[in-house]
Ligand binder design. Structure first.
Ligand code: SF4
Length: 306
């Protein structure tokens, strides 16, 4: 680790203990990113991976871990870091080029004044993020073409995925998260999220340990989305009060049972027929609980079960 936090910042832990924890954190990040890459076949031999670097903790962590994994990987792939300078007021344009030059990694800074476009088109007080993101996406796809990148890597982590999942459910009426791998909406690129298994708390800690030169994310003057803020707070509360709950929700995203949901496009409910074959893994989830411990009249389900 390049920067070991001092003892006071770490609650009086010894330097060895801190170094050990930092080392474990680095190993955990490498393991989880490697696992996500493998599970979703994110990176293949000969790929050129364009890592989108915003100057936030997550994209720095992504680039850093991908560079480590590239050294160890049995396949060959190239990395090019790309930052889009959107010309927000007070954007410290020298920070990323200096960092990337010192790192010795290929990089490209794309200068596009999307800030002025957004300010011109969106009335004062209205949220600017959706137009801003749309413009950014289009520019990044064009840059990926120009650089010959075969994959576009984004720094979203487990918590971003969970928040998006609840946002879509609570406010959009959809069971939909943020995919670990997808085809871009122009149909031309494969976008990957190698940090999909990583907790935000780990990227925050890693950024501290490594001393990444973080660029503030509120330079555009936009407020954080209020709904996302609420979801974040809800998940934080659950994590504190009900350890394991958030983990379980996250695993449920990769253990989907379409026959036990209500989407007729995913499961052919119309043609469900009894076939006379017993299925021990059929509809048994939680059935036994109210029946096994009858506390009320037979046939009724105790209120406390709800
Ligand atoms: S926070 Fe600012 S820079 Fe980020 S998407 Fe929204 S408008 Fe764009």
């Amino acid at each position: 680790m390049s920067a070991v936090m001092n003892e006071t910042a770490q609650g009086g832990k010894s330097a060895e203990k801190i170094a050990l924890e930092n080392n474990k954190l680095h190993k955990r990040l490498c393991r989880l990113v490697g696992q996500a890459i493998g599970d979703f076949n994110m990176i293949e031999d000969g790929d050129k991976v364009m890592v989108c670097l915003s100057g936030g903790k997550d994209s720095y962590a992504l680039l850093d871990i991908l560079m480590t994994l590239r050294e160890r990987a049995p396949i060959h792939f190239d990395i090019v870091a790309v930052n889009l300078d959107q010309k927000q007021p007070n954007f410290p344009a020298e920070v990323l080029p200096a960092y990337l030059t010192e790192l010795g990694i290929a990089f490209h800074i794309e200068n596009q004044d999307t800030y002025s476009i957004v300010k011109r088109l969106i009335p004062e007080g209205k949220t600017t993020c959706s137009l801003c993101s749309r413009l950014r996406r289009g520019i990044l796809y064009r840059v990926a073409d120009e650089l010959g990148a075969t994959k576009i890597a984004l720094g979203h982590h487990r918590d971003d995925i969970l928040e998006t999942f609840f946002l879509n459910m609570f406010f959009g009426g959809k069971l939909k998260g943020m995919p670990a791998k997808l085809v871009s909406d122009d149909g031309k690129h494969v976008v990957i999220r190698p940090m999909a298994y990583v907790k935000e708390a780990d990227t925050a800690r890693y950024a501290e340990v490594k001393g990444f030169p973080i660029i503030p994310c509120d330079l555009c003057g936009s407020q954080e989305n209020l709904q996302r803020k609420q979801i974040k707070a809800m998940l934080r509360e659950w994590e504190k009060k009900h350890p394991g709950r958030v983990e379980n929700i996250y695993s449920s995203l990769s253990t989907v049972v379409p026959s036990h949901l209500m989407d007729r496009a995913l499961f052919d409910f119309v043609n469900v027929k009894a076939d006379g074959v017993p299925n021990p893994l059929g509809d048994i989830a939680f059935d036994e609980e109210p029946c096994a411990t009858p506390t009320t009249m037979p046939g009724t389900i105790p209120l406390q079960s709800f």
